[in-house]
Design a protein around this ligand. Structure first.
Ligand code: ZN
Ligand code: FE
Length: 255
């Protein structure tokens, strides 16, 4: 059976995700911004939680954990690098480790930059990657702890996943990311048509996630610092890719 994945809107603009393996019943939640919407979704499906995966330590990704665990005991997985500032972990992981949900193997990637110790979870067979505040729809997380170079390395790793991978990111920031992306590449036809779909989705209050990596590669300015278009837009035709990325991140911070 396919790995079934639900998108769970939480708080004002966060997403949690629930991944369920129908063969074994194993059920994973990725991040717990708040407990209630996750518990409601589990109850509606009749699924029993078995695993929690925490991408990073920020409150808007972990604040619902204690309440959720009170009624839904589960194995908590988080970054070894973040163990000192996360709730007690049952499994502390690092890049190259993997976890299993039924027969699905989820590979841990270190995608630090937004924070140090931010991890992503990639299920190659399910064509799904949970990226939270690293790679986001048309954007990337702000650099609170890592350097631009580190975030650029993390995004480069994610960009190298198979292009048909669905990217499940942590926030609904897409409409504002779209405005910024269009300011960099106003003539990018793929971006313009993606923008039309985003506007329709948001008017109907539908999530704009997940999105295919192939679409991010064609439209997300933070993955496009190697392209002539983006380099010209910021007047950095001869800089290193990471320097162009750093410039775009700075521009977005002030946008
Ligand atoms: Zn965060
Ligand atoms: Fe966040």
């Amino acid at each position: 059976m396919p790995l079934e994945i639900l998108t769970i809107p939480c708080l004002t603009d966060n997403y949690a995700y629930i991944a369920h393996d129908g063969d074994t019943g194993e059920t994973l939640v990725v991040d717990v911004p708040e407990a209630a919407p996750v518990m409601t979704a589990l109850a509606q499906r009749g699924w029993t939680l078995s695993h929690v995966f925490l991408t990073h330590h920020h409150a808007d990704h972990v604040d619902g954990l204690d309440l959720l665990l009170k009624t839904h005991p589960a194995k908590v997985i988080g970054a070894a690098a973040d163990a000192h500032r996360l709730a007690a972990l049952d499994l502390a992981v690092r890049e190259g480790d993997y976890i299993s949900i039924g027969s699905y193997r989820g590979e841990i990637m270190d995608v630090s930059g937004h924070t140090l110790g931010h991890i992503a979870l990639h299920f190659p067979e399910a064509k799904a990657a949970f990226t939270a505040d690293s790679l986001m729809a048309l954007g990337c997380g702000r650099l609170f702890e890592g350097s631009p170079q580190l975030m650029f390395e993390s995004l480069t790793k994610l960009a190298a996943l198979p292009a048909q991978t669905w990217i499940y990111s942590g926030h609904e920031y897409t409409a504002s990311n779209l405005k910024f992306a269009l300011s960099i590449e106003p003539e990018n036809a793929r971006l313009i048509s993606r923008g039309e779909k985003i506007t329709v989705a948001r008017q109907a209050d539908r999530p704009t996630v997940p999105e295919l990596l192939s679409e991010e590669l064609a439209t997300n300015p933070f993955l496009r610092s190697h392209t002539t278009e983006v380099r010209k837009a910021v007047g950095m035709e001869h800089a290193e890719d990471w320097q162009v990325f750093a410039k775009i991140r700075t521009l977005k911070d002030g946008f």
